[in-house]
Write a protein that binds this ligand. Structure first.
Ligand code: SF4
Length: 438
């Protein structure tokens, strides 16, 4: 069978979600084309030649971008079967079926894609199976230098993206991983991860970005991998995502991360308001966030916090408190400006809908926006969210520094001038050039 695997947007990373099934399908004798429309327009000839067209939908923005493409490929190649797979395929199965998608595969999709290619009928998202992972095949993906790079004080390093695990042990209420994995995580075998890193390094990567929802869901597995990474590729650096709770519980492992080349840790702080953190079931407090910043610094790791800045419970005072904490902790240069502007997404099947106060404001699911829309009880908070988001985009487009962007947002929230922030030199804080995180 001739199969076209398509991705639309993976936060500036070369898609693991194409490379992994491409390897498994090719090993089974199928012909596989890969299209990443984030970096190259979809090739109409590849669409016309395909028997099966499968879209990888790992996140919200990717799914929104895929919807017009699904309509287009349906017109270009009406005989092909269309499949959607990944986290947001399962969350939005009903709407995708209305677009004519025959097969929906959720978590751990490689096995289902192979079954589909081998002639099984339309698949359903189902229990989380176990994938027999093989080394991802990246041979027909766009080159790494077309993707986000690592900025280290002005020096740009090529980045390779891989995954050492999928899913998550935790059940944070706002997280799209939860309705699909429901507290389960799956490790990718260490040999497969190391082989994927090797091919990235051989393609020019100097930095590896691990996309695991939480790198310390399996700390023993994680540490084995980074020790091997450092042994085999001592010049390579890497970054990981770890929740505050795990940074504190496994703080003894943080020096190992630093020693093996970890440059920074992304952590979903979400809020500095303990009442909001309890609503989100995040498993940490404001004090824990402060402690984790210190633990990372003690270990020599930069921390890159992410936030859900605007929730139904956010007030002008708590928003300003978030800015104040970021400034007081010396994190202005560690936070991507868009993180000061993100609004809570209530996705299909979200655990947030368990909460009475969310059900009271969540409107009917909007298939175009792929969320339950909501409005804040104080319209001024929605205005502030819109203004800060516009400012984040404007400042990024103009090449403003993070401090300049933060100062602009500060002025909006305080309706007054921003103080002089005493900041570490920008060169000290590495970051990926694609900041979007959704
Ligand atoms: S927010 Fe992070 S820790 Fe919480 S469930 Fe999602 S992936 Fe897991």
């Amino acid at each position: 069978m001739r199969i076209l695997l398509a991705a639309t947007y993976e936060t500036g990373r070369q898609p693991f979600g194409l490379a992994s099934p491409a390897a498994i399908l090719r090993q089974a004798g199928h012909t596989v084309d890969c299209a990443d429309t984030a970096v190259r327009a979809l090739d109409a000839d590849a669409v016309r030649g395909a028997d099966l067209i499968a879209f990888h939908l790992p996140m919200h923005t990717a799914t929104k971008l895929a919807i017009p493409l699904i309509r287009r490929v349906r017109t270009l190649q009406p005989k092909a079967a269309i499949c959607c797979y990944g986290l947001y395929a399962e969350l939005n199965a009903e709407h995708l079926r209305e677009l004519g998608v025959e097969a929906i595969l959720g978590a751990e999709f490689e096995t289902g894609l192979l079954a589909l290619a081998n002639g099984a009928g339309p698949a359903e998202p189902d229990a989380i199976g176990r994938v027999a992972f093989v080394t991802p095949d990246r041979s027909t993906l766009p080159a790494l230098d077309l993707y986000a790079s690592l900025d280290r004080g002005g020096r740009r390093d090529t980045v390779g993206y891989t995954e050492a695990s999928r899913g998550c042990k935790h059940l944070c209420r706002h997280c799209p991983v939860v309705p699909v994995y429901n507290g389960v995580f799956r490790a990718v075998p260490g040999g497969v991860v190391l082989a994927d890193i090797r091919q990235h390094v051989e393609s020019g990567a100097r930095h590896i970005s691990f996309g695991d929802p939480d790198f310390f869901n399996g700390p023993t597995h994680a540490i084995r991998i980074v020790e091997a990474l450092h042994r085999d590729f001592p010049a390579a650096s890497y970054d990981v995502t770890i929740k505050i709770e795990h940074l504190l519980r496994h703080r003894d492992l943080l020096p190992t991360l630093a020693r093996t080349g970890c440059l920074f840790v992304t952590s979903a702080v979400e809020s500095v308001d303990d009442a909001v953190l309890a609503k989100l079931d995040k498993g940490h407090t404001r004090a824990g966030f402060h402690e984790a910043v210190g633990a990372c610094r003690d270990a020599g790791l930069a921390i890159s916090p992410t936030f859900v800045a605007f929730t139904p419970w956010t007030t002008p005072a708590t928003y300003r408190a978030m800015l104040r904490d970021i400034a007081d902790l010396g994190l202005v240069e560690n936070v991507a400006p868009v993180q000061l502007a993100l609004r809570l997404l209530i996705t299909a099947k979200s655990r947030l809908l368990e909460l009475d106060d969310i059900r009271a404001i969540a409107r009917e699911f909007d298939p175009a926006a792929l969320v339950h829309p909501w409005k804040h009880s104080d319209p001024a908070m929605d205005d502030l969210a819109a203004c800060t988001l516009a400012a984040a985009h404007r400042m990024q487009a103009s090449g403003a520094t993070r401090t300049q962007s933060f100062s602009a947002v500060w002025r909006m929230a305080h309706e007054g001038p921003a103080p002089d922030f005493h900041l570490p030199a920008r060169a000290a804080i590495p970051y990926l050039t694609e900041p979007w995180y959704c």
